[in-house]
Design a protein around this ligand. Sequence first.
Ligand SMILES: Cc1ncc(C[n+]2csc(CCOP(=O)(O)OP(=O)(O)O)c2C)c(N)n1
Ligand code: SF4
Length: 250
Amino acid sequence: MQLVFNKPESLTVNPFTYCPGCSHGIAHRLVGEVIDEMQLREKIVGVSTIGCSVRCWRNFDFDIVQGAHGRGMAVATGLKRALPDQVIFTYQGDGDLAAIGMGETIHAAVRGEAITVVFINNAVFGATGGQLAPTTLPGQWTSTYPKGRDVSWTGSPINMSEILAGLPATTYIAREALTTPKNVLRAKKYMRKAFEAQTLHGGFGLVELLGSCPVNLKLKPVEALNWVEKNMIPQYPLGEFKDTGKEAAS
Ligand SMILES: Cc1ncc(C[n+]2csc(CCOP(=O)(O)OP(=O)(O)O)c2C)c(N)n1
Ligand code: SF4
């Protein structure tokens, strides 16, 4: 019988423990596929931080270091500088990367560290009960803003990819949504390029993935994906914001 679908070698047999419809599972699968296809499994070290994906080491079948919330890129910087031949990546939520870890994020990007970042933007602090994140949309209901985000009080959502693309030392920055098969395939392409920013160009690569947190949106899985399409994409446009590798090749 012809085998048409299998688990990537870079994923363990442990089941995902995420809520039904959560985008972390899709993102994990893409990481596994890209690492397999790039044959990086023996030289990759991931950095897990805090949030719902804190235990991603149960699902990734390669070396993972556990960092504190927000400190992923600082840990990755140390790993890359100590082990320059290894390929280092962080897997971070939006609360992690853009709130408590904003300082680490900006400074790692300003330094152009040769690391890869997989950034999951689900517009809330998922693990702790759906509190407002820097990425929460104007008017969006959260457990800490039951009347919806009031930007006159909280400020506006932060578009991390646009900010990071504007820093001179970053190499590759792109954003995609994990909402449709077509978008997921494009997300995989962008993720590979974010890894290649490190492996081919020795630079900083980041892929931002818009995902859904149905539980905290209080929506069914399909409704949550539709919500991402309808509400998140207008605030967070999709595409490649920076690709200096491409510019160097042309
Ligand atoms: C230093 C520190 N501060 C706060 C927390 C509490 N905490 C745990 S998970 C979390 C939010 C995670 O949200 P996000 O990073 O967006 O990931 P998600 O759960 O949405 O995937 C917070 C604030 C912590 N664990 N450590
Ligand atoms: S709380 Fe949200 S982000 Fe966390 S596992 Fe559930 S759906 Fe995913």
